[in-house]
Design a protein around this ligand. Sequence first.
Ligand SMILES: [Mg+2]
Length: 256
Amino acid sequence: MIFPSNVKSQIKAIFSDFDDTLTNHSLFHSKTLKTLESLKQKGFWLVLVSGRPAGWADCLMRILPIDAMVFENGAGVMIKEGSKITTVRLASDKNLSEEKKILEELFISLKKEIPHLKLATDQPYRLYDYAIDFIEEPPPLSATETEKTLNFLNRAPGITAKLSSIHINYWYGQHTKVTACEYLLNTEGKTRSIHLENVLYSGDSPNDEPLFQFFHHSVGVANIRLFWDKLKFHPKFITQLEGGNGFQEFAEELLT
Ligand SMILES: [Mg+2]
């Protein structure tokens, strides 16, 4: 048993990270799809909250039984109504082409110091941010190289950099996963009478930390333990199992 009954009775929506929370070692298993289908059938409002590109969001929104998806760490959201998918851009487009040049220059400067540094293979499908792959594909960055990259990017004026379980994402602007979730709650959430206390957030890594702080109810899948000491704000609950198996573990409790 993970959730006390007073928590369980409040939950009407599940906001979840994707990589390593719904997947295991980058694979999305059929049992996890079945779990999403069951949650949807029970009437839960399902929202993915990810650092993945707009291109991934367009695909996942079409093939998964989800209602909305936050992409590129809050740069925008996609919302599904029947077969219609609406994209809302929350980041500013005003200086986008100049900003993207600076994001590229930052990558080039870093690569001079860390020659095996590489962009994520999903970079071409991103509208706003840059993603450096530290462990999704070989060769991985060492913990020291990852730390050095994050510190370098966070020192650049106007840049926000965040560590996911696979990428270091960096961008211009004040948007975050939290601001995008707030947008969804204030718009779609309101029309469904879903408020902050009705949401359960699930995640697995440091870039989920602001959401563990923001949402009243949160759960970490077991692999969050890898990053436990890096976190100031921890999820309220933790599953026994990792990734998609952990997602199924807590979802089964909500479904019974
Ligand atoms: Mg993750």
